[in-house]
Write a protein that binds this ligand. Sequence first.
Ligand SMILES: O=C1C[C@@](O)(C(=O)O)C[C@@H](O)[C@@H]1O
Length: 260
Amino acid sequence: MTLQALPILLRGQPLAGGRLPAVCAPLVARTRDALVQEAAAVAALRPDLLEWRADFFSALADTAEVLAAAHAVRQAAGGIPVLFTRRSQREGGQPIALDEPGVLALYEAVAASGTVDAMDFEMGNEAAHVAQVRALTRRHGLALVLSFHDFQRTPADAELDARFAQAQRLEADVAKVAVMPQSMDDVHRLLGATLRASTALPIPVVSMAMGGLGAVTRLAGGAFGSALTFAVGSAPSAPGQIPIADVRGTLAVLQRATSG
Ligand SMILES: O=C1C[C@@](O)(C(=O)O)C[C@@H](O)[C@@H]1O
């Protein structure tokens, strides 16, 4: 029997029509013009979801500019849903000119603008801030991805299990864990933890092992219960991401082989 993982729900609809794993492409441009161009070019490759990695955006401290960019991305996306992410430097993101209260105010403004469908927030942020982002995403009808990243190593099994469970305890709609493997044993453990979490938790889970060693998780993670894989549209946002066309080709092969 093959595992039937839960799809991610956006505004009540299953992402990618419920096809698993869905494919998400990041947007990493620094200016509004470049972002619009990137969004249009990546949308043409038809990922199921676009992730705007807003920490790459140089005018992040200018709310009006961020909102103008968010509207422009929405338009360029041509109906593909958008995930809004500020990745902290602590968890592998870019340095930004905003303090944490500023980030929270920005999340509120972007959520209220109706330009995105989901938001990613790190569960390692202050508990009060996580609760605030949970409340505001709920108020605006957006899905909340609570995420954890370790760009150095792959935590022990118990910690991996605890991270997925923590996201659910904090009322995430999606639990996401990204790690850096040092060995194929680490990759194997990440997949094992994904399988356990996807069967134990009542919410969709997403995982990836980064870098070359972890590439197999971006192609085959769905077979272990990961609901989403990140693939390159025009530029990667993390090490080991594979171009959309290659990911889609491999997913199609796996789908045919497992259903045949
Ligand atoms: O958290 C994730 C996953 C990721 O780190 C990856 O390894 O594909 C890429 C990020 O853009 C995204 O927010």
